[in-house]
Ligand binder design. Structure first.
Ligand SMILES: [Fe+2]
Length: 431
């Protein structure tokens, strides 16, 4: 078998679309043919390259299934105290790297998280949110009765306190540093400064019935194959050198464009995450991931095989989340693994490219409350979004990645600029 290509200088270039192509099907046909040609210029076929990835994934899935059968925990757990003290063991760091996800125990004191949860309830009730609420503005999440599960609330004191707290900054820095953020003389992001990425909260009450969320991933859609920056980020997937693909390499990921859409995330996140505001048992409709960071190689190459229609990317298209489905990715979805029981104040994190889902639940026992706070280190892409976040913060608006609901505009007790600390100001680009 020929050796994998180590140089891409002779390989045919890829066409790219920096804005959403007008004819998605034509662009899909064009890019698939071009990636195939580029892979074949390495001397290997697409099928050979994919079989390498498939074998890697099969090994990881078997490892996860064997651990599940033995009753071993799949999700790594790290104590916040070890992060603060700098005493995370190399073995724990290796497990985080291998699984791409982690629960941080005691990230915040339980009492503090429970007090935040109550303060959010007080905040929305004081401002008549439930009377004014006009229903979900997107269909991303379901709702229970007339009360929402997802509150489109961004600027409460608890959310901002958590976002700008030293404990959050420490964990984000620890997580950002799992990535390679310097290469080719470029620092792709600053691991020790995060941009605030204000997101919503979820409060799912006892007794709730929820269908959950299907397996999907959030880093992008067709832009992952079609923009110049992502083509460079995924260069090893598209030029036959798939063995060199490293899901922890941030190069070319922090400045490129994204195709707009209702599901877009404008920022680069090293990890997606949330902080628990209630205790949650692992069988009560919790988050699952396919804990294999390198699965992106499988997801990106699978549409190139001959059993997928030429104008189809295994169902991925703009304005919808990137689906992971039994039909195209049966090997991967077998490895879906839920979080362990968590307590209020624990936080949950997963690599930005990882497949995740939320399990359905009937007659939920206890609350299921979280605030979404990711790790989004300072980089050109996040600096650009921070400008619009700053405006939204000052006006009490919904941030521009989210539906234009703007409930908090006239809520007098939302978090104010004079409450920002140094971390908060830096995270909004106010220096
Ligand atoms: Fe998601």
């Amino acid at each position: 078998m020929p050796a994998p290509a180590t140089s891409t200088t002779q390989a045919p270039p890829l066409p790219h679309w920096e804005n959403t192509p007008e004819d998605l099907k034509a662009a899909t046909r064009e890019i698939k043919a071009a990636i195939r040609a580029r892979i074949e210029a390495s001397g290997r076929t697409v099928e050979e390259v994919f079989s390498v990835v498939e074998a890697q994934m099969a090994g990881r899935v078997a490892e996860i299934e064997a651990a599940q059968r033995r009753g071993e925990p799949i999700w790594p757990v790290i104590d916040y105290a070890d992060i603060e003290a700098g005493t995370v063991s190399p073995e724990a760091a290796e497990r985080l790297h291998r699984r791409g996800c982690v629960v941080i125990r005691g990230h915040f004191e339980r009492e503090r998280a429970l007090a935040w949860d109550q303060a959010i309830v007080d905040y929305v009730e004081r401002n008549n949110f439930f009377a004014d609420y006009s229903g979900p503005a997107d269909d991303f999440f379901g709702s229970v009765g007339s009360r929402p599960e997802i509150y489109p609330v961004y600027w409460s004191t608890p959310q901002m306190e958590a976002r700008q707290s030293p404990r959050m900054a420490r964990v984000q820095s620890f997580l950002n540093r799992q990535w390679t953020y310097e290469s080719d003389g470029v620092q792709w992001f600053d691991p020790d400064q995060d941009s605030l990425y204000p997101d919503r909260i979820r409060r799912r009450p006892p007794g709730a019935n929820s269908d959950g969320l299907g397996a999907h991933l959030d880093p992008g859609t067709l832009d992952l194959w079609m923009t110049r920056a992502y083509q460079q980020a995924f260069r090893h997937l598209f030029d036959g050198s798939v063995e060199q693909y490293d899901p922890w390499d941030a190069s070319h990921r922090t400045a490129g464009p994204q195709y707009p859409g209702s599901t877009m995330c404008s920022v680069f996140r090293t990890f997606q995450g949330w902080t628990a505001l209630s205790d949650m048992a692992s069988d009560q409709g919790v988050l699952h991931t396919v804990p294999i960071p390198g699965a992106m190689a499988y997801l990106m190459l699978r549409p190139l095989l001959s059993d997928v229609a030429e104008d189809d990317m295994c169902g991925t298209t703009v304005n919808q989340v990137f689906p992971a489905v039994e039909r195209w990715h049966p090997l991967l979805v077998r490895a879906l693994s839920g979080i362990p029981d968590v307590q209020a104040g624990d936080s949950v994190w997963w690599h930005c490219d990882m497949i995740h889902s939320v399990a359905p639940v009937r007659d939920q026992q206890g609350w299921g409350n979280v605030m979404y706070i990711p790790a989004a280190p300072w980089c050109p892409r996040n600096e650009q979004y921070a400008a619009s976040v700053r405006e939204a913060f000052l006006e009490g608006d919904s941030p521009s990645d989210f539906p234009e609901e703007h409930y908090e505009r006239n809520w007098p007790d939302r978090f104010q600029p004079d409450q920002l600390n140094e971390t908060g100001r830096r995270g909004l680009g106010m220096r």
